[in-house]
Design a protein around this ligand. Structure first.
Ligand code: NA7
Length: 552
């Protein structure tokens, strides 16, 4: 079905050539790659459009030193092809960015997918034409694709944000962003570096940059709970036992709350233990601290479900910081206070706290005086000036909705998705939004997405979409869209299950809630009910002939 039609196209536009395909997929990370493979396998013609010059999404862009996945490699990999699982050898338990990028390039070449990916091209607009029930997708390179279906595989953390700091453009040194890191890498030898942000990116980069730079200043607005990341080379026996029965392992993943089967035990116990921190005397808590270090805070069943218990766990965590950091003032500045453990996505680092014992690392606690401006020679705060050669922004993303809202997505009646979502994203199952027929979102807001193993969530979504498109084709139908009532019910359910959890505590300000973006409505974006319950619901909807959706 792929072909170039000139001038008057089915999309109704007449100003240039339009390429017709069955499905346009936006993005070539884990989600876009599998969408291409799976939908092509089902007989659809697919065009993938990717901004980067290579595949990988998150693992293509975030090239900062120390970038690493916090889910074990055997868990964080595709299960759709047994041949692929058998032939690929992971070298580390927790894969580094480079290894994941290599893996995804292997997948793309192995299944001959590259020929249908257009690289170095950003999608700027997607417009639905009701008369033809087709999407017109336009790019910054002037391409125009027309397709009945559009799959947004745009990622949950792919729209970087850089705060509007006065004077940023006046800086005479180099400005870097962790999520847009230069491909050739950066040599910090002999340089004074200012790193802003202490989320996962800042925490992973800190010890790496500290080893190289003349001096590293870490500008911290909120002290983080950083747990020691598991590091280790892959045990060949473990990999062998995985390969002996990967099907069983993949089934267990989909039955696990967060899509992680716990294979090899690298993430500790899968279920929270029975004991309660609120019923444990401090001396006994300290014994657990002696044994488990920072992980002690997670060794009680009540820490993640009860705010008082959570604060007890946080105090134990702070005790471990005091034990780790030489300077008591620095230890106090690094101690997270005022928000629960787990309300923000857990951060995993290697030697993060230890880096602050180095002579060439200074913590700048912004609670004692915020950043006021960037000067030509450094960073000015209310507590003084810091002269640096490089400023690095590790300041995060407009999560879950940012990448979609940066595209002019116009559905029925010309309505813009970002306007419709101005008060908060609304979807049915995180897959589709009312008013936007035939537009699918992979791991969209309202699905387990970032609260589960992304690869498992992605595979499940791609397969659901594939089944749906095949169903429409088999039944001679051309469009699908949620009903408003079903969408409202789902949004209410998503909100309901998040109520009373750590995630929505009044003291919590996370990107899950959009709280890191000025003006973004405070709405809890992912679905916290767990992957198994979600899959059960999504499967039931499909089995009932796509109940809650309008098919035409
Ligand atoms: P995060 O987790 O959103 O972290 C961003 C960090 O940047 C965080 O410490 C922020 O402080 C800080 N930040 C943001 N804006 C500013 C300004 N204006 N001044 C000072 N500090 C600021 O992004 P990451 O890239 O680290 O990680 C994103 C996800 O990737 C992570 O959760 C994993 O899923 C992988 P704040 O806490 O808002 O006070």
């Amino acid at each position: 079905m792929t072909g170039v039609t000139a001038a008057a196209s089915e999309s109704g536009r007449s100003d240039g050539a339009v390429t017709d395909v069955d499905v346009v997929v936006v993005g070539a990370g884990f989600a876009g790659i599998y969408s291409l493979y799976h939908l092509r396998d089902l007989g659809f013609t697919v065009q993938v459009i990717e901004t980067g010059d290579g595949v990988g999404g998150t693992w293509y862009w975030n090239r900062y030193p120390g970038a690493r996945c916090d889910v074990p490699s055997l868990e964080y990999s595709y299960g759709f092809s047994n041949e692929l699982q058998q032939e690929w050898e992971w070298t580390e338990i927790m894969p580094a960015r480079e290894e994941i990028e290599e893996y995804l390039n292997h997948v793309v070449d192995r299944f001959d997918l590259r020929r249908d990916i257009k690289f170095g091209t950003r999608v700027t607009a997607a417009t639905f034409d009701e008369a033809t029930a087709r999407w017109l997708v336009e790019t910054d390179a002037g391409d125009r694709f027309s397709a009945p279906f559009c799959v947004m595989a745009t990622g949950c953390l792919s729209a970087p944000t850089m705060p509007e700091v006065e004077g940023r453009d006046s800086f005479e040194g180099r400005v870097l962003q962790t999520s847009l890191w230069p491909r050739e890498g950066v040599d910090f030898t002999g340089l004074r570096v200012g790193l802003i942000g202490t989320g996962s990116s800042g925490v992973q980069a800190t010890p790496e940059i500290a080893r190289e730079a003349e001096h590293l200043y870490v500008f911290q607005r909120t002290a983080t709970y950083s747990f020691p990341a598991y590091r280790g080379m892959m045990d060949p026996e473990l990999q062998k036992s995985f390969k002996a029965n990967p099907g069983d392992f993949r089934r267990r993943q989909r039955r696990a709350f967060a899509g992680i089967a716990g294979f090899g035990g690298a993430l500790g116990p899968a279920q929270p233990p029975e004991r309660k921190i609120l019923e444990t005397p401090w001396e006994e808590q300290l014994e657990v601290l002696d044994e488990l270090g920072f992980w002690a805070a997670r060794a009680w069943g009540d820490v993640f479900v009860d705010l008082e218990a959570n604060e007890a766990g946080a105090e134990l965590f702070r005790e471990m910081i005091r034990r780790t950091i030489d300077d008591p003032e620095v230890a106090e500045a690094l101690s997270p206070r005022g928000y629960p453990i787990g309300c923000k996505r857990l951060v995993f680092g290697v030697d993060y706290y230890e880096a602050f014992n180095r002579d060439n690392v200074t913590l700048v606690d912004l609670r004692k005086g915020a950043i006021e401006s960037i000067t030509p020679t450094g960073i000015r705060t209310a507590q003084g000036d810091y002269e640096v050669d490089v400023v690095i922004f590790a300041t995060g993303f407009d999560a879950m909705t940012g990448a979609l809202n940066r595209i002019d997505i116009r559905g029925r009646d010309g309505q813009l998705l970002r306007d419709v979502w101005a008060g908060g994203a609304r979807t049915l199952l995180g897959l589709q939004s009312f008013g936007f027929p035939n537009l699918f979102i992979i791991t969209g807001p309202g699905s387990p997405s970032v609260l589960s193993n992304m690869v498992v969530g992605i595979e499940q979504h791609v397969e659901w979409i594939g089944d749906c498109l095949a169903y429409l084709r088999d039944h001679g139908l051309r469009s699908i869209e949620p009903t408003l009532a079903a969408q409202d019910d789902w949004v209410e359910h998503v909100n309901q299950v998040s109520e009373g959890t750590m995630y929505t505590a009044p003291t919590c300000n996370s990107w899950y809630l959009g709280a890191n973006i000025p003006g973004k409505p405070r709405v809890f974006l992912p679905y916290v009910g767990g992957l198994p319950a979600y899959i059960e619901r999504a499967d039931a909807v499909a089995s009932a002939g796509y109940e809650g959706f309008t098919l035409a």
